[in-house]
Design a protein around this ligand. Sequence first.
Ligand SMILES: Nc1nc2c(ncn2[C@@H]2O[C@H](COP(=O)(O)OP(=O)(O)OP(=O)(O)O)[C@@H](O)[C@H]2O)c(=O)[nH]1
Ligand SMILES: [Mg+2]
Length: 455
Amino acid sequence: MGRRESGRRREKAFAQGLMAAETIYALSSAPGRAGIAVVRISGPQAMRTAAALTGKPLPPPRRAAVRRFVDAQGSPIDDGLLLLFPGPQSFTGEDVVELHVHGGAAILEALFRVLAGLGLRAARAGEFTRRAVESGRLELTRAEAIADLIDAETEAQRLQALGQYGGNIAETCESWRDRLLRASAAAEAAIDFSDEELPADLLTGARRETEQILQEIQRYLDDSHRGERIREGLSLAVIGPPNAGKSSLVNALAKRDVAIVSPHPGTTRDVIEVRLDLGGYAVTVADTAGLRDVSDAVEAEGVCRAIERARSADLVVLLRDGSSNREDGFESENFRADLLVWNKFDLPWPGERDGICISSKSGQGLEQLIAKLTQLISDRLGETTQSPVLTRRRHRDALEEAACSLRLALLAPSDRPELLAEGLRLALREIGRITGRVDLEAMLDIVFRDFCIGK
Ligand SMILES: Nc1nc2c(ncn2[C@@H]2O[C@H](COP(=O)(O)OP(=O)(O)OP(=O)(O)O)[C@@H](O)[C@H]2O)c(=O)[nH]1
Ligand SMILES: [Mg+2]
């Protein structure tokens, strides 16, 4: 490390030390008019602040007390509840105070003015959770799970985030860490001591354990990105000939007018996306231009985009007009689609149709279609209650690096235990990064980039 670099690190550590000593506050409930607003305070001045705000003896820890909150002159701000969580048994590990006041803009404005007057600082996005991680109260993966819980829009996302908050990934990483540390100790011993001084199967045992862990990590990596897909949502493309009713179907699924519908073939030109909750899964549904040979340059571009989207989507629904007698050229065998759906069931049909039959207009068959799509998604993702999954690119990258180091470690010849030890060391480092045991500061910046204020 260069001198400048080390100087910068010292500066950063110093600034963080100062920051940690600051007492912070934030509105932890949603902004806007509300019955109740929860304001959270964390830091060394928290208890003193609570006393100054109430002018009364403080209630016992974790017991709600009704108090009148007052400003520096003793003028009332509002009546509410006061709750104290002395550190280190608090969310952040510091002294934490919660004020439940009425959720009005003027009350909060007055309260924040008093808090600022007492020398407190408004919290930055994610700062409470960040302090919890820094004080060792929370692993990084559980901090990420809090952000995911807040952002969860669907049942699958909620269950997955809850599982991660419960320690799914963290516990697995910790157990790999423990086992790798033991294997590592064996490899280090083999470097320092001669064969005669060591148990005969010490190194073979360490290698066997390394192989086993490598297999387990590989199983996690081979999960077809299930966790990331649940978190970020799957993509579904609706494609088909012009006028089949693709835009009408997307509107019916979204229960609102997202795309323009008209009797003119070639209405939709761009890919129009809408995010939906389909049977508990987050899905981005794409309406696309009707596929046909066209000379119009704009529509041709739309057709190209539709095909591209169909190629990249996780699921493709081919929608055709069941009422039409005319051949549309979309025989399912020459077109890759996960589901064939016939539309316009409300009109007279020339004959039996093979596939799901719906009417985007009347809503007939839509429930059946949604059930079928949900089943396809869940088949693809597996049950959400199944074994823990990687929910972020960050986890996957670290595990891929760890697997790579373990593979190299296993290539080490038996008379070169130092190579085995080095591979294990590198793998340990990568796994430690997932939970924040290693490189905590660097990881914090990455993880807390997309947090909200008051968390
Ligand atoms: N009777 C009936 N008409 C429908 C149904 N779904 C759509 N339509 C009509 O079919 C016409 C075309 O509908 P769109 O949803 O615009 O079709 P599209 O597949 O998006 O067409 P393009 O964007 O041109 O590719 C409109 O006049 C709709 O009102 C249905 O279930 N029943
Ligand atoms: Mg359309």
